[in-house]
Design a protein around this ligand. Structure first.
Ligand code: ARG
Length: 468
C-alpha cells in the first residue's frame, strides 16, 4: 500500500500505477530532494517541532540513502510513485519511527516545487558554463583567422565583404544575451516554495527564512498558493533555452551552407562529419544538421509545458507532474548540443582563398561606390540611382564592375574620378567600415581583444608576434 493509504481499502489498479508513477524520470531530482529534506528536518528541530534526536537520526539516515543512490545500489519501487516517497520509505526502513516525522509541515506539493527550483538553479549554472565553452570555441576560431574575408549575405545573396571573425562574433553577442537571460531568470528560480504545505501554509511554527538560508535561496515565496501552483520559472528557463537552441540552429545552418560543395567555404574535421551508407564519396555535416534538428524538441518542451499550465485552476493539480520530462529532455539536449558544437568548431577550418575569391566579386562593393559619391556631396538616393545604372550597364555589356573604364563609368556616374576604379577591393572595403560595430579589422581586433580578456586568453596574433 502507498504511504497515503489511510482512507483507502484497495491498492491502486495496475494501470493507475503505470499512468501515475514518475519515479522512472524524477529520480534525477534525488540530490535536491535530500538537500531540501535535510534543511527541513534541521528547521523542524530548531523550532522544537520534532525532537533533536529524531532530526539527528533523519540527517544520518538521509546521508545513508544518498550514498545508496549515488552508488546506484538504491532499489527504486514503482509502487512508491515518485522520488519523494521512495526516499522517505527507505529512510523509515533505515531509522524507524523517526523517519515518520520528516514530512511534518510539508506536502509533496511544496516539496516537488522546491526540488525543481534547486535543480533548475544548478542547471542554469551548467548551461551558462556550456555557453561559455561555445563562446570560447567561436572566439578561438575567429582569433585564429582574424584576417579572413568572406562575402556577407542578406537574402542568401552576396551583399558586402565582411571578416569571417566578424561573422562569428555576431554569435558571441547572441550567446551573451542568452546568458544574460539565464542569469536574470536565475533570480526568480531562486526563491523558496517549502513551507507552503499542500497549498495554504501550516499551523506549525515553520521558519521559512531559515530554510531559505540553508538552501541558498535568495527569498521566500510570499504566497503559499502561488508557491505550489505555478511553474512559470520552468517556462521562463525553457524559453531561454529555446532562444539558445534557435541561435545554435542558425549557427549550424551557416556551417552547413559553408560546408556545401557550392560554397566550399569551410572544412570540418572527419570526427565531426559522417559518411553515407550508400554513396562512398559523401562527407556530410550531420552534427550541424542535428543541431538544427534538435531545436524542435526544445521548442516542443516549452509549448508543451505552457499548454499543460494554461487551463489549471489553482492550486496543485496532478497535471503538474507532466512538467518534468520535456524540461529534462530540453536541458539534456541543449547541454549535449552545446558541448558537441564547441568541439566541432575546434575542427572547422576556413578556406580563406575560396572565401576571398567569392568576396572579390566587384558587385559587392557597389555600396562603397555609392558612398564615395555621398562623400562628394551627392544625395544618397541619387548616388544609389547612378550606381544602379552603372551596374545595369555593366550587366548589359557583359563585364564586371571592375572591368569598366572611367569613360564607361562616367556615362552612368558623371562625377566618377580615377579613384573610383580602385574601389573594387574587398580588403579596402572591410577596412573602410571603421565605426563601432563595423567589420573593419581594427574594430574586430578590438572586439577579439575584449573577449580574450574575458576568457583570460592571449590573442594568437600576439603570440605569433612575440615568437618572431
Ligand atoms: N510526483 C508529483 C509531481 O511531480 C509530486 C507531487 C504530488 N502531489 C500530489 N498531491 N499527488 O507533481
Amino acid at each position: 500500500m502507498p504511504l497515503w493509504d489511510g482512507r483507502f481499502s484497495q491498492s491502486p489498479a495496475e494501470q493507475v500505477l503505470k499512468l501515475s508513477e514518475s519515479i522512472s524520470y524524477d529520480r534525477r531530482l534525488y540530490p535536491y530532494d535530500i538537500k531540501g529534506s535535510l534543511a527541513h528536518a534541521k528547521m523542524l528541530a530548531r523550532q522544537g517541532i520534532i525532537p533533536k534526536e529524531d532530526a539527528r537520526k533523519i540527517a544520518s539516515g538521509l546521508k545513508q540513502v544518498k550514498k545508496e543512490l549515488d552508488s546506484g545500489k538504491f532499489v527504486f519501487k514503482t509502487e512508491l510513485e515518485d522520488i519523494h516517497m521512495n526516499i522517505e520509505a527507505r529512510l523509515t526502513e533505515l531509522i524507524g519511527p523517526a523517519g515518520a516525522r520528516l514530512h511534518t509541515g510539508r506536502s509533496r506539493n511544496d516539496q516537488i516545487a522546491t526540488d525543481e527550483r534547486l535543480y533548475l538553479r544548478q542547471q542554469d549554472d551548467e548551461v551558462c558554463e556550456a555557453i561559455r565553452g561555445l563562446q570560447y570555441a567561436l572566439w578561438k576560431l575567429a582569433a585564429d583567422n582574424e584576417k579572413v574575408i568572406l562575402p556577407g549575405f542578406t537574402h542568401l545573396q552576396h551583399a558586402q565583404p565582411v571578416l569571417f571573425a566578424h561573422h562569428l562574433l555576431a554569435y558571441m553577442e547572441m550567446l551573451s544575451r542568452d546568458m544574460e537571460r539565464l542569469a536574470d531568470c536565475r533570480h526568480r528560480i531562486n526563491r523558496l516554495p517549502l513551507g507552503a504545505g499542500a497549498l495554504a501554509g501550516s499551523t506549525l511554527p515553520l521558519d521559512r527564512e531559515f530554510v531559505a538560508k540553508e538552501l541558498g535561496f535568495e527569498a521566500v515565496l510570499q504566497n503559499s498558493m502561488d508557491a505550489v501552483a505555478d511553474r512559470d520559472v520552468s517556462i521562463e528557463f525553457l524559453s531561454a533555452l529555446a532562444i539558445v537552441a534557435m541561435h545554435l540552429s542558425r549557427l549550424a545552418e551557416d556551417i552547413a551552407i559553408w560546408f556545401s560543395q557550392e560554397f566550399s567555404f569551410v572544412e570540418i574535421g572527419d570526427a565531426f562529419t559522417t559518411g553515407s551508407s550508400l554513396m562512398p564519396q559523401k562527407k556530410n555535416p550531420d552534427i550541424a544538421e542535428l543541431t538544427r534538428g534538435k531545436t524542435g524538441r526544445v521548442y516542443g518542451a516549452l509549448l508543451g509545458l505552457m499548454t499543460t499550465l494554461k487551463g489549471l485552476p489553482l492550486t496543485y493539480n496532478r497535471d503538474l507532474q507532466e512538467d518534468k520530462e520535456g524540461l529534462f529532455d530540453a536541458i539534456d539536449t541543449i547541454k549535449l548540443v552545446l558541448s558537441t558544437v564547441s568541439a566541432m568548431l575546434a575542427t572547422v577550418k576556413p578556406k580563406a582563398e575560396r572565401m576571398l575569391e567569392a568576396a572579390s566579386d566587384p558587385a559587392l562593393m557597389a555600396t562603397d561606390l555609392a558612398e564615395a559619391l555621398v562623400r562628394q556631396g551627392v544625395p544618397f538616393r541619387e548616388a544609389h540611382h547612378q550606381v544602379g545604372c552603372f551596374v545595369g550597364a555593366c550587366a548589359k555589356k557583359g563585364i564586371t564592375l571592375a572591368q569598366a573604364d572611367l569613360a564607361f563609368m562616367q556615362k552612368s556616374i558623371p562625377t566618377a574620378t580615377p579613384g573610383f576604379l580602385k574601389i573594387f577591393n574587398p580588403i579596402h572595403s572591410v577596412a573602410a567600415r571603421d565605426i563601432i560595430g563595423g567589420t573593419a579589422p581594427s574594430q574586430v581586433h578590438a572586439q577579439l581583444c575584449k573577449w580574450a580578456k574575458q576568457f583570460g586568453a592571449t590573442m594568437p596574433s600576439a603570440t605569433k608576434k612575440s615568437k618572431k
